[in-house]
Design a protein around this ligand. Structure first.
Ligand SMILES: [Zn+2]
Length: 644
């Protein structure tokens, strides 16, 4: 027992030492920078500051990844400790007046454009944190940040623990649900079947259950989570954010948080939401009429579609009118062939080779590849693609190293939960999963191919937050076209390539209800913006939600619900829920460059690689888009997408 504990503790100590190495290098570089008597130059000040960021980033990246993927929970907990240490280090760094003075004194005479941009953005980051305010204000800002972190964690915790449920005693009321779902929900000792508000229960239930009353009950339970506790927390969060924005000289939190994004201001975010909503309204009206017509087949006297009926009606329409059978579709997507196809497509597009890397990994599932172009190593990727206990539940790209010219190559990690091939089972993927794999690879290519710059703050995806989803959303298209799918999507038994007609049907079905989905997204975006623009003292959260829902969506507010108290993005994204649609508008515009010569045209792909991916954050995203398209970004491609 004793020796085993000692061994575990030795592993943990070794991990902590490895994980903290970057942070220690950062502390040493910071101390040396501050001790330097000057004069302040790029070499004596900006370079060491870059090393501070690289060190802290390496520790933060490794800790952030291991907290989510390491198979040993002792290591996951140790990683969380380091994550907190890094976060404290960075927030103290940004309020360090001595460091700010040193950086502001740097002589930039003769600096190249990237260096000047790095210096300018660095000073802006410090000012946005409040470093140049008087000591009392700085202290208040520090206290606000601490309270905001605490309230945000409490909001998420309340939400995660507030699992609600409905019960059914008559199994006949589960009609419409897939057999495997029903088998996974046997009655308890009292004969009651429990259905919870968790996704694996909720999503299939809303899509398949025929029983309208039960869907309504589950919808209300789900949209009541968080409740008055979270409404009170939200009030405190919004009040603190408004105070912070005012202390820093902004009218609202929305203005503060959008200032360094592509959108630039709360007012412009509002105009964007309005514009997309207007573009989508005609289509939303048509979608709604189709949903109502479908509802009348089941309830002949229905006059409106309720929010809890929407997804079920969509499922009915996709099945009967578009004939897309997902059971058939997945037979063309065995995991290994999809991954091989994706590697083959990205290798061809971006002129790369994937060379298996012999390195230690955290779990036997993990594959590592070096990205090589004509003998030159560009970076490394890790693929951790199948579920296991204690692992992250969603799909995401994690940075392990941010590439810095001459110091370290970019390393990125895909963490996903795709079916695992085992024995005779090829691990057939849902097409949604295939799209997710392409989406996350869009982030991975951006991170690795954009990571060869002098200043780490310009590496890879370190671009404006409202541009980050554009490369990934654009790359989803490669999973939706027959010419790209046919390169790898073959029936796992017969070897037959995926039929063109099937891909056409899949695309048509996917486009159904794009109007109602888009206006729903604009309702959420307007809610996130409105809550951060309004005066917190007088904001009636529920009244605002009802007003915005009535304005943006054709689906009426359902009495008894409080959607905002379970809207986790209000904590993480604050006023910026619009970013998803903003990135999508730009993604559709970027995609239009491939229209004339196809998705696999090497010349277009190389231009995209060199103009959008490789520059990382060395230029404003708007300028990158302009370099690639030869013009400013515009809405036309997105309008066509909504119309077609
Ligand atoms: Zn993404």
């Amino acid at each position: 027992m004793t020796s085993r504990t000692a061994a575990a503790s030795a592993t943990e100590q070794a991990f902590l030492a490895q994980c903290r190495a970057g942070l220690e290098a950062a502390r040493a570089a910071l101390a040396a920078l501050l001790a330097d008597p000057g004069p302040r130059t790029i070499a004596t000040t900006l370079e060491p500051y870059n090393r501070v960021l690289v060190g802290a980033g390496n520790s933060g990246n490794l800790a952030g990844l291991m907290a989510e993927v390491h198979p040993d929970d002792v290591i996951r907990d140790a990683a969380r400790v380091v994550e907190q240490e890094v976060s404290t280090f960075v927030s103290e760094l940004m309020l360090n007046g001595e460091l700010y003075a040193a950086l502001a004194a740097v002589d930039l005479t003769g600096a190249d454009a990237e260096t000047a941009r790095f210096a300018q953005h660095t000073l802006r980051d410090f000012r946005r944190a409040g470093v140049d305010r008087d000591p009392e204000t700085r202290e208040r800002l520090r206290a606000i940040d601490e309270e905001l972190t605490r309230h945000g964690q409490q909001f998420s915790k309340t939400l995660a623990e507030d699992v609600r449920s409905i019960t059914v005693t008559d199994p006949a009321r589960l009609a419409g649900l897939p057999q495997d779902w029903i088998e996974a929900h046997p009655p308890g000792p009292d004969g009651a079947i429990t259905i919870t508000t968790d996704y694996p229960d909720y999503n299939p239930f809303m899509a398949y259950a025929q029983d309208d009353d039960l869907r309504r009950a589950l919808y209300i339970a789900t949209r009541s989570r968080g409740g008055l506790d979270n409404e009170r927390l939200l009030h405190q969060i919004l009040t603190l954010r408004a105070e912070k924005a005012k202390l820093l000289g902004y009218a609202t939190w929305a203005d503060y948080v959008t200032e360094d994004k592509m959108i630039r201001s709360g007012a412009r975010a509002g105009e964007f939401i309005e514009r997309v909503w207007q573009l989508a309204t005609a289509r939303a009206t048509r979608d709604y009429a189709q949903l109502l017509a479908e509802l009348r087949k089941h309830q002949p006297d229905a006059t409106e579609v309720a929010d809890w009926q929407k997804v079920w009606l969509e499922t009915q329409i996709k099945k009967t009118q578009y004939q897309v059978d997902s059971e058939r579709v997945r037979e063309y997507f065995p995991y290994a062939e999809v991954l091989a196809g994706l590697l083959d497509i990205t290798a061809a597009l971006y002129d790369l080779q994937y060379v298996p890397a012999r390195v230690d990994v955290w779990h036997p599932d993990v594959q590592a590849f070096d990205l090589v172009r004509r003998g030159e190593k560009l970076g490394r990727i890790y693929l951790d693609m199948h579920p296991r206990d204690g692992k992250y539940k969603h799909a995401a790209q994690f940075a392990l190293h941010d590439g810095v010219l001459g110091q370290q190559l970019s390393e990125g990690v895909l963490v996903c939960n795709f079916p695992r091939p085992q024995g005779d089972n090829p691990g057939l993927m849902e097409h949604d999963d295939v799209v997710t794999m392409f989406h996350e690879f869009g982030h991975l290519m951006h991170h690795v191919l954009g990571g060869n710059h002098r200043w780490v703050r310009q590496s890879g995806v370190a671009t404006e937050m409202d541009f980050v989803e554009a490369p990934s959303q654009m790359f989803e298209e490669w999973a939706w076209r027959h010419d790209t799918l046919a390169r790898f999507a073959r029936h796992w038994k017969t070897g037959e390539a995926i039929p063109t007609a099937l891909v056409d049907d899949m695309r048509r079905a996917d486009k159904f209800a794009v109007g109602t989905h888009t206006v729903q997204q604009m309702f959420y975006a307007a809610l996130s913006l409105d809550f951060h623009t309004a005066e917190p003292r007088t904001l009636d959260q529920l009244a605002a939600l009802r007003r915005l829902q009535a304005k943006y969506t054709p689906f009426a507010y359902v009495e008894g619900t409080r959607f905002h108290t379970s809207f986790g993005h209000l904590v993480g994204y604050s006023a910026m829920y619009y970013t998803y649609m903003w990135s999508l508008v730009i993604a559709k515009d970027l995609l239009s460059a491939y229209d004339s010569r196809g998705l696999m045209d090497p010349e277009t792909a190389h231009r995209y690689r060199d103009a959008i991916l490789a520059p990382g954050g060395t230029k404003d995203a708007a300028d990158l888009v302009k370099d690639f398209l030869g013009r400013e970004y515009q809405f036309e491609a997105f309008e066509r997408y909504l119309a077609e």
